[in-house]
Ligand binder design. Structure first.
Ligand code: 5GP
Ligand code: MN
Length: 318
């Protein structure tokens, strides 16, 4: 098993990073490790690099204000990649991996279909979240209240508040142990998971009002254009939760949510109510994720993307 303490001890300077469009698990896991490194080795240089836009609801997490968004040249002894199986998904921070002497990965995604070099990987695709794995690596007695807040946030987000199939007995035991650290679980669940800004409520309303059914209702889709985002003052950080709302529509099997990231470019999110492997579907478009939640970017038209997603799902049906 990866020895996180030794890894940090053996490095003089450490960079920690996670995937583009950081979510609760990505922010939680990187900041949990940052807090741990600061507790154990306060003299060491330790930097968290994430990409903008950074959701402000995570600003109560310890270390949030220290997050760096710009990497300037410089070599790190150790790069810790969290919640990400492919250094290209570090986006603007990919260059750090070219200047890191050692790269370790802590993750709950399947290995990337594109060959990747990591000096060591601690991954469990069955794990609820990267945060649950970080909890294992840190060990309960070194989990402070600040670290517990980070880890609990990641678990809550990646399990849909302890709901999805990836939430196991072990996840609940970890969550119970974290509660004992004195964290405010109601605050974390309500303020970071359920709370929506007015802009989010409006854009979700528009997305749901435009939803369409395909293939006798097996598939549900909706598309948000840049024009609509502009009209609502919305950006990519306001899109969370829309695909989950589509998924719970009665009778549907697969939810497809697209929003335009640049003219003619779409980000696609997929969710299912069945056993279709959405990671495989997303792989066909150069993306990835998990069996029940995956995504990709594409410059095909929105109609074409939806058609091809349906085709990829049909390939698994036979
Ligand atoms: P979401 O739909 O919430 O953005 O992402 C769901 C899951 O799919 C997450 O695990 C996320 O990391 C993964 N995912 C989303 N978009 C992409 C992508 O473009 N490439 C890869 N490799 N994974 C993605
Ligand atoms: Mn995750």
């Amino acid at each position: 098993m990866l020895n996180l303490f030794e890894e940090i001890k053996n490095a003089n300077n450490i960079a920690i990073s996670g995937h583009v469009r950081p979510d609760g698990d990505c922010v939680g896991s990187t900041l949990a490790i940052w807090n741990y490194a600061k507790d154990k080795f306060p003299e060491k240089q330790c930097d968290v690099y994430l990409t903008q836009p950074m959701p402000t609801m995570f600003s109560f997490l310890s270390g949030y204000s220290e997050i760096k968004y710009e990497y300037k040249a410089g070599e790190y002894d150790l790069l810790i990649v969290c919640d990400c199986n492919n250094v290209s998904r570090l986006d603007v921070h990919e260059a750090i991996s070219d200047h890191a002497k050692r790269i370790i990965r802590i993750d709950h995604h399947e290995d990337s279909p594109v060959q990747q070099h990591f000096d060591e990987t601690y991954a469990n695709p069955k794990g609820s979240s990267t945060c649950e794995l970080v909890y294992e690596l840190i060990g309960d007695e070194d989990v402070t209240k600040e670290i517990a807040e980070c880890i609990y946030t990641g678990i809550v987000h990646d399990t849909g508040v302890f709901q999805y199939d990836c939430c196991h007995k072990s996840t609940m035991i970890v969550a119970g142990n974290l509660m004992e650290k004195g964290i405010d679980t109601n605050y974390i669940i309500d303020e970071t998971y359920y709370r929506k800004t007015f802009v989010q409520t409006r854009i979700m309303g528009r997305a749901l009002a435009k939803a369409k059914l395909h293939e006798k209702g097996e598939f549900i889709s909706t598309v948000i254009t840049l024009k609509e985002m502009h009209e609502e003052n919305a950006s990519s950080k306001h899109m969370d939760g829309i695909v989950n709302q589509l998924r719970i529509t009665k009778g549907t099997r697969i939810a497809i949510f697209l929003y335009e990231t640049a003219p003619g470019e779409y980000k696609c999110s997929l969710r299912n109510n069945d056993d279709t492997d959405l990671n495989k579907v997303a792989n066909a478009f150069g993306g990835g994720g998990h069996k029940k939640a995956a995504g990709f970017q594409s410059d095909l038209s929105s109609e074409e993307i939806i058609k091809r997603v349906i085709e990829e799902v049909r390939k698994q049906d036979v």
